[in-house]
Design a protein around this ligand. Structure first.
Ligand code: GUN
Length: 285
């Protein structure tokens, strides 16, 4: 049997360390605060935002929630971001994606002060990541690296195949892995012979958003598999469940895999909290 990497336990440990940092900052007069902006009523986004706010509370981070209507004006959204940028009591700003059609996500994300950009999506932080000078790093890729670090000491020369080229996961995780001197192949929906490419990998990061895409025969014996997928599927009896990008029941020959749920998801939120505290810490000088 392959080893299951326990994302929940690792996230709890990281959040405990974050809570201790919050306490330390408080005693020096800094009260770490995260502003969360949710536009529209996407049910999945609503669940994620509630989870993020709940975890903030547990770690002692103050959260300020801003909900805007789906048909809100992009100018109003940018004005809100300007106000949060200027507010010294706010250390992190998060705009939950996706934004409704009609709002230009690029323009909105560009508006966030890079020092408060706890998602790491601002071009300045993207640039810093790609040049290896650390700004704020996107939460899911950070969480993936921590999960991998629990089973891999040395990445030099390892073949890593990333499935998915999104700005949120695929591209930034490829940058982090390159920094560790892995040989990184980024694949996507147009990639030919994907099973053959995946089979050459020592590590697979599956972030395609395609349920059970990665089958047993795609995975080399002893490979490490990180499953970033979270797709909600409805069963015949009407109940719904979350399914990852990997057919985990076919991966007994892998060295280690992350479960869905309970793998990458909890780490993403724990990294959001740690990024918020890092931003507060840096702002405090
Ligand atoms: N939507 C899906 N993933 C993310 C994320 O990591 N951050 C934000 N802001 N929105 C998302």
């Amino acid at each position: 049997m392959s080893m299951m990497i326990d994302g929940r336990a690792m996230a709890r440990a990281l959040s405990d360390r974050t809570a201790a940092s919050v306490e330390r900052l408080r005693t020096s007069g800094v009260d770490p605060a995260l502003a969360v902006i949710l536009v529209g009523d996407n049910p999945a986004s609503d669940i994620y935002v509630r989870r993020k706010i709940g975890e903030c509370r547990k770690a002692g981070i103050r959260s300020i929630e801003h909900r805007l209507a789906a048909d809100c004006d992009e100018v109003a959204l940018c004005d809100l971001i300007d106000a949060l940028n200027a507010d010294p009591a706010v250390h992190g700003i998060l705009v939950q994606l996706p934004l409704p059609a009609g709002i230009d996500a690029t323009r909105v994300l560009d508006r966030i002060d890079p020092a408060k950009d706890v998602d790491g999506f601002h071009p300045v932080n993207v640039g810093r990541l790609s040049t290896g000078t650390r700004g704020l790093v996107p939460c899911t890729p950070l969480g993936i690296m921590m999960l991998l670090d629990s089973v891999i000491d040395d990445y030099r020369g390892l073949n890593v195949v990333v499935i998915g080229k999104s700005n949120i996961v695929g591209k930034p995780v490829a940058m982090l892995l390159l920094e560790r001197e892995a040989t990184v192949t980024v694949t996507h929906i147009e990639t030919r012979n994907l099973p053959d490419i995946a089979r050459a990998a020592d590590v697979i990061v599956a972030a395609a958003g395609a349920p059970h895409l990665v089958r047993g025969y795609w995975v080399k014996p002893g490979a490490v598999v990180i499953d970033v997928g979270i797709t909600r599927v409805i069963d015949h009896d009407g109940t719904s469940r979350i399914v990852g990008d990997c057919a985990t029941h076919e991966l007994d020959h892998a060295r280690a895999v992350t479960p869905v749920p309970g793998g990458v998801g909890p780490m993403t939120i724990a990294c959001l909290l740690s990024n918020t505290v890092m931003a507060a810490d840096r702002m405090a000088g």
